[in-house]
Design a protein around this ligand. Sequence first.
Ligand code: F3S
Length: 401
Amino acid sequence: MIPMHLTEKEEKMLNGEEGYAVKKAMQILVALGDIYGAESLIKVGSVQVAGVSYHNLGDAGLEFLDELAKDGKVKVLTTLNPAGMDLENWRQLGISPEFAEKQNMVIDAFEKMGILVSCTCTPYLIGNLPRYGEHVAWSESSAVTFANSVIGAKTNREGGPSALAAALVGKTPCYGLHLDEHRVPDIHVKVNARLAKFSDWGALGYSVGKKAENKIPYITGVKDAEVDELKSFCASVVTYGAKPLFYMQSITPGSENHQPPKDTVTIEDVDIQEAYEDINDEVSDIDFVCVGCPHCSIKEIADISNLLKGKTVSPNTELWVATSRFAKQLADKRGYTEVIERAGGKFACDTCMAVAPLKGRFRSVATTSAKGCYYSRHNKMLTKMGSLEECVEAAVTGKWK
Ligand code: F3S
């Protein structure tokens, strides 16, 4: 194994000349670079750090962050993934004061390091938007897939510690998806299926992920796609098996630079149907509805508000609209918040259905998200995936039709 080349300045950082946090961060980056055969470190334009929920970090994670926060300061724009709770309205979401206290300590540590406390998996909607071809170090899988595929930036799927290390140093080891030779599609996915409703994008992601099996798909046959649809597809395709990069002919950047690979699979209507059958459980009573995985855009919030006008959420069901605080502030101004909350819906800012401590609280969930279903099963919930209309209907009636 040839060790990664370090500049004089990087050597000094590794030797502790810039303090404890930078030394620790360099140790992480050097170990990673050596494992993956990186030749050097490369500058990053921004970082997105996952591993924010106290639910996942525990006391050991909190201790690690506190140590780094003693003298660590990020060198580039750095945003956070969802935390374990809404940082303002955690009580309303049924979070215990003990959990809230620990979660706030985690957030304080990040904030001390100069990280923007914008806990969202859609950083690209709130100002952390890389340019085409820019190297970044992001860690949440749907955001990584979006950055690589829809924006055309370059990032590996970082772990929480390696992303934080990149933020403290301003660099990441140059290997994997940072290198053009590893960004070549290796499976052609022909889509012959009709995509009729929003959740079909989650089902498509499921099918492509399963068929692509850790490869980079080159997708043909999709005529058009909205950003929210691509956001949903990104979350699903990587959750169910593909690499966090795809090309969609005539839709995503860089697709014009590649030819469909020889190795070909097709997605027919029956595959979309099968995806729904695999993702959905046999259940009709719904006690939890969560939309916003990935976090809702302002357009999705507007749609939810329109669907809820004049309706009331069932007393047997809890409805969460998961989004960034930034989108919520826009929703406040536009009056969407008032409509949603008057109907009995709750905003879950800064958090999400996968990282909030939900185990044991609900029996069944309805959502627009294939990824949301995957993680809800880990939380022992029965799952239903459907359109926004179907989810709002489930929230109002407490039933899945
Ligand atoms: Fe985002 Fe949580 Fe879904 S991080 S993609 S809302 S599981």
